[in-house]
Design a protein around this ligand. Structure first.
Ligand code: AMP
Ligand code: GLY
Length: 422
């Protein structure tokens, strides 16, 4: 098979690393990719939101399978676009349709879907720009902290958790007034849930599903989960507190009703469902759905999957996923993200990286890197994910940390306390 992966982060490097190991992979392309993905395939200089360019690449490179990494092209409808093109009817697509991607693309859509399928989640109400006064009155009756969510995609910045009623009322007015553009034309106000978060990844063909390794990521920039939110500073898999009892509750109350719910709405879903969960007094609640794999969760999830991914992905088109077996490595994986100085605020790009050849016994997944002539340089806030495996996540973490100290670039920062709360 000839395969094209869309995306350019650590997630896509991990996917290309894994897929390039398959005996069924005859050629691998990544658009636009990074310096890491180029070790496993050919990077194509096209943007993943340029559907016409993607179509031309599929035709020119005789692509059989298109794997969509990030949410944006999915929410913009790349799967529907491909399905409607005469020349692309042969294509295996890994990613949900535009309607299905609304599970991530619209918080209100996701909340309605959960209500319809009795899936446990925080209570909520939604408001639009004509309902600011009503929304503010609603906030006055809520317990603090107040959770405000922009309905649409807001690059991970659309969720505000505010301790004070007046500030929350002001924030609601700002959001409905256009703070996040069209993404906050509607705002969901949610009950605050307190507990430990974890993420369950499901591969589905819309009818059958496989549960992939459970992971937990660490989103704040600072040690002890303090400071600004980032895309993710590290992750571990499995998650010690998510035992069999908890997993069974997640399967019965969340995964099965979610997959059934896709069927009820006739949603065309062939891809990953990322379920963000929180444990509250022993019970799982859904915080959010994403329509793709997580980053950096993928960097700990894929190294634990022993299967060749291509037969799994190829089974989606005809809804034959039930015929596949999934084998998970029982070892623990931990990843530590090296980030640029200043991230998640302003940072510099183009800084030389060195010492990667000194790193031993870890997988190095590039996130924001590129080649500048023959020099490897930084090209994003999140630069490199260092994944290690061991019997225990703490040992895996020490291995990643040892290598994090060997890799150098000016301004390098990483958290040393991934898994501190477990
Ligand atoms: P989301 O984009 O919906 O995942 O929200 C981003 C982050 O905000 C989550 O990972 C949680 O840490 C936090 N969060 C979202 N919703 C809630 C909630 N209802 N209660 C507590 N924390 C929340
Ligand atoms: N690490 C969180 C995400 O990928 O959304």
């Amino acid at each position: 098979m000839r395969i094209l992966i869309l995306g350019s982060g650590g997630r896509e490097h991990a996917l290309s690393w894994k897929i390039s190991q398959s005996s069924s992979c005859d050629a691998l392309f990544i658009a636009p990719g990074n310096a890491g993905t180029a070790q496993h395939g050919t990077n194509l200089a096209i943007g993943y939101n340029d559907f016409e360019a993607v179509k031309n690449a599929v035709i020119d490179e005789k692509i059989d399978m298109l794997i969509v990494g990030p949410e944006e092209p999915l929410v913009n409808g790349i799967v529907d676009f491909c399905k409607n093109e005469e020349a692309l009817q042969h294509l295996h697509l890994v990613g949900p349709s535009k309607e299905s991607a609304q599970l991530e693309g619209s918080k209100a859509y996701a909340k309605e879907f959960m209500a319809e399928n009795n899936i446990p989640t925080a209570g909520y109400k939604k408001f639009n720009a004509q309902q600011i006064t009503e929304g503010q009155a609603y906030i006055a009756e809520c317990q603090t902290p107040i959770v405000l969510k922009a309905d649409g995609l807001a690059a991970g910045k659309g969720v505000l958790i505010i301790d004070n009623i007046e500030e929350a009322q002001q924030a609601l007015a700002d959001m409905l007034g256009g703070k996040f553009g069209a993404a906050s034309a509607e705002v969901v106000i949610e009950e605050f849930l307190s507990g430990l978060e974890f993420s369950v990844f499901v591969l589905t063909d819309g009818k059958n599903y496989k549960i992939l390794p459970v992971a937990k990521d660490y989103k704040r920039i600072g040690e002890g989960d303090t400071g600004l939110n980032t895309g993710g500073m590290g992750a571990i898999s499995p998650v010690p507190f998510v035992d069999e009892v908890m997993m069974q509750k997640v399967i019965d109350r969340v995964v099965k009703p979610t997959i059934n719910g896709l069927g009820k709405r006739s949603m065309d879903y062939k891809g990953f469902v990322f379920i963000g969960l929180i444990e509250v007094q022993g019970e799982p609640y859904v915080i959010e759905y994403n329509c793709r794999l997580g980053d950096p969760e993928t960097e700990v999830v894929l190294p634990r999957i022993e299967n060749d991914l291509i037969p799994l992905f190829a089974s989606l088109k005809e809804q034959q996923l039930h015929k596949e077996q999934l084998t998970i490595n029982p070892k623990s994986a931990a990843t530590v993200m090296l980030v640029s100085g200043g991230y998640p605020e302003a940072y510099q790009k183009g800084i030389a990286l060195s010492g990667l050849d000194q790193a031993k016994d870890s997988l190095l997944f590039h996130a924001g890197t590129k080649m500048n002539a023959s020099n490897l340089v930084t090209n994003g806030g999140r630069v490199l994910a260092i994944t290690s495996m061991a019997d225990d996540f703490k040992d895996a973490l020490s291995q990643s940390m040892e290598n994090a100290n060997k890799i150098q670039f000016e301004g390098k920062y990483f958290r040393t306390d991934i898994g501190f709360d477990l």
